[in-house]
Write a protein that binds this ligand. Structure first.
Ligand code: BGC
Length: 353
């Protein structure tokens, strides 16, 4: 593993090249130096993504590849299929190949502390990408959106659009720290209406009880079917769905049970969700511009590799340390603004809708 900072390498290379520019007469050493420059200058970024099941992770990958190419850095990306053992193996593989920085979006927040440790032992700094690695005192940076705010925005939309009635709550994967933050943010808005009796929660309101293993849409769909079957005469006013994938599953359950569709939230601005929003099947989603996140990751990794200062906009507690963090802003998307936010910005092609 390379221990010398990229900045130092660049300085040395520059010093070696000065005679070249000064009209050094011998071609051979100059060519050798030039070759050296190219090899040494290339920063190698390793990226470990947890899945490609949700469209957003496909977009993250594409955007990272694009920005790495634009900025002239080498990128090695590995994708685990929502499987911790597979991700662990892929991280080890990246480290063996030789990388300068690891961008890690963990499948399992706490189990990934071990992966950070392994990277750290090899002298490779780690950026926790989108999802926080918890319980690691070795983590260098966290780069994500303000995830509690994502939940707050879902919750605000919910209380503004559901006055009273029966509601059903869903959360994401219990292994994903984001799922907790989304739920916490949303409940900061909903709890008061539950406590006052305006909302009656069907099917439980405890995080573990309402969580969706591995974020799998059919898991959410099955739970929605069970709740609807257990409450055959209940009208449902609202459903808190943590992301578009689960919202899609839940909407299928409502349709199959012939129950009128309630207000239903989402997140990720997936094409399928925008189609549902257009026809009024889903009420809202959240836009987290993965292009911005991917670009920030590549730029942050380059700075770390060159020994430059990384600017952050806060610290996030991962259970053992305050991790220097950059958190981007999420936005609410509904029928009224998807055109401007998603289509005019080039995130989604109009033709795909
Ligand atoms: C991400 C969401 C995504 C979910 C499932 C979360 O950690 O922040 O955007 O929908 O994982 O992949």
């Amino acid at each position: 593993m390379r221990k010398i900072s990229k900045g130092l390498v660049l300085l040395l290379v520059f010093a070696l090249m000065v005679p070249m520019f000064a009209g050094c007469s011998s071609d051979e050493p100059a060519a050798a130096v030039e070759k050296e420059t190219i090899t040494e200058k290339t920063i190698v970024i390793g990226v470990s993504l947890p899945t490609q099941r949700e469209e957003r992770w496909v977009r993250d990958k594409e955007a990272m590849e694009k920005f790495a190419a634009d900025l002239g850095v080498e990128i090695k990306i590995q994708v685990a299929d929502a499987d911790q053992a597979q991700q662990a193996q892929q991280v080890e593989n990246l480290l063996t190949q030789g990388i300068d920085v690891l961008v890690l979006a963990p499948h399992d927040a706490s189990a990934s502390a071990e992966l950070v440790k392994i990277a750290n032992d090899e002298g490779v700094p780690v950026i926790s990408y989108d999802r926080l690695v918890t319980g690691s005192d070795k983590l260098n940076y966290y780069l994500s959106f303000d995830n509690e705010k994502v939940g707050e925005l879902q919750g605000k939309y919910f209380v503004e659009n559901v006055d009273k009635g029966n509601i059903i709550l869903f959360a994401g994967a219990p292994t994903d720290n984001n799922a907790l933050l989304f739920f916490k943010g949303a409940m900061s808005q909903l709890q008061v209406k539950i406590d006052s009796g305006d909302y009656t929660v069907l099917g439980g309101e405890d995080f573990q009880q309402v969580a969706t293993d591995n974020w799998v849409p059919s898991n959410a769909q099955n739970r929605a079917t069970n709740v609807l079957t257990a409450n055959p005469d209940a009208q449902i006013a609202g459903v808190l769905a943590p992301n578009d994938g689960t919202a899609g599953g839940i909407i299928e359950a409502f349709k199959a049970s012939n129950v009128e569709l309630p207000v239903i939230t989402g997140q990720d601005s997936e094409i399928a969700a925008i189609k549902r929003i257009k026809i009024g099947e889903q009420s809202m989603t959240i836009f987290k511009d993965t292009r911005d996140l991917a670009q920030a990751a590549i730029e942050m990794a380059m700075k770390i590799a060159s020994g430059e200062t990384v600017s952050t906009n806060g610290n996030v507690d991962n259970g053992v340390i305050e991790v220097p963090s950059v958190l981007l802003e999420p936005k609410v998307v509904n029928q009224g603004n998807f055109q401007e936010l998603l289509i005019d910005s080039g995130y989604i092609n109009e033709a795909d809708l």
